[in-house]
Design a protein around this ligand. Structure first.
Ligand SMILES: Cc1cc2nc3c(=O)[nH]c(=O)nc-3n(C[C@H](O)[C@H](O)[C@H](O)COP(=O)(O)O)c2cc1C
Length: 261
């Protein structure tokens, strides 16, 4: 529910400018709300209002957290370039409190239509991970290209989760054609945040693929039937330190634009 405090509103129209679904209209020098049923509850209106006049879902804008300074570009660049996929973990569990803190921050990652439909599943501890990995590897047994992975698993190694103490999966609730994007954005944000918190992570691509393909795998992961795991990471304390940033392909970019007349 949107409420505009007319005693505060300065009629600047910023709420109307930022609203994706055109809920705000300037009528006779006043802001009115229409088609509230289309509101995405994204909070852009309440976040942008210089007068603190827009109340969303009964929340007083004065109680919302102020925006803080962003990290310098060099700091973020160091993180983006310097983070690595971690494939060797210490034999130490990830404190739930730390993981929950990270997941709580990732709630602020964008979602299409502001659906906020990402739910997390945490596989915690080696027995839960081994059970899931067994089901995943069984699925891969018939694939020739997976023979080495299957053999490693059968030797007691952990090619799926790399010995991590836990794995987290972003699962989509409901159905939306951009679910995989929503889940991947959340996981990408987490992948960047965790190293800044002293943890390490690696995208769990084999696990993601197996979970998407096979219900037995999803059962072994104990996924709620109504959810679809879309993207995941193994997480733990890194056992190694990376010293250099490996080379990457040169930037390939093309600007498409109309020639000036
Ligand atoms: C979608 C996706 C799936 C991946 N799956 C796995 C995986 O199952 N196991 C693994 O060890 N690494 C996996 N990776 C890690 C990539 O191999 C890694 O990102 C790439 O080689 C570059 O290395 P870097 O992340 O250290 O820069 C995956 C990465 C992505 C983005």
């Amino acid at each position: 529910m949107i409420h505009i405090d007319s005693t505060r509103c300065i009629r600047c129209g910023l709420c109307a400018r930022v609203c994706l679904v055109h809920c705000f209209h300037m009528v006779e020098n006043a802001v009115t709300v229409r088609h509230e049923e289309y509101c995405l509850r994204c909070g852009q209106c309440t976040a942008v209002c210089p007068a603190g006049a827009v109340h969303l879902n009964g929340t007083d804008p004065d109680t919302l957290s102020p925006v803080q300074d962003f990290p310098a570009a060099e700091s973020l660049a160091a993180l983006i370039r310097g983070r690595r996929s971690i494939r060797a973990f210490k034999d130490e569990s990830v404190p739930r409190e730390t993981l929950l803190q990270a997941l709580d921050i990732v709630r602020y990652a964008p979602t299409g239509k502001n659906l906020e439909n990402v739910r997390w599943l945490v596989l915690e501890g080696r027995p839960a991970l081994r059970r899931a990995a067994d089901a995943m590897v069984n699925l891969f047994r018939s694939e020739k290209s997976m023979a080495a992975l299957v053999a490693a698993h059968d030797r007691g190694e952990d090619p799926i989760f790399r010995g991590a103490p836990c794995a987290v999966f972003a699962c989509a609730e409901g159905t939306y054609d951009l679910d995989i994007v929503n889940c991947s954005i959340a996981v990408a944000a987490l992948d960047l945040l965790l190293p800044a918190m002293g943890l390490g992570a690696c995208w769990a691509g084999y696990a993601m693929r197996a979970a998407a393909l096979d219900e037995r795998v999803r059962r072994a992961m104990d996924v709620d039937e109504k959810l679809r795991p879309m993207a995941g990471l193994m997480v733990g304390f890194p056992a190694l330190r990376y010293r250099r940033i490996p080379e990457r392909r040169a930037l390939r970019v093309r600007f498409a634009h109309e020639e000036q007349a």
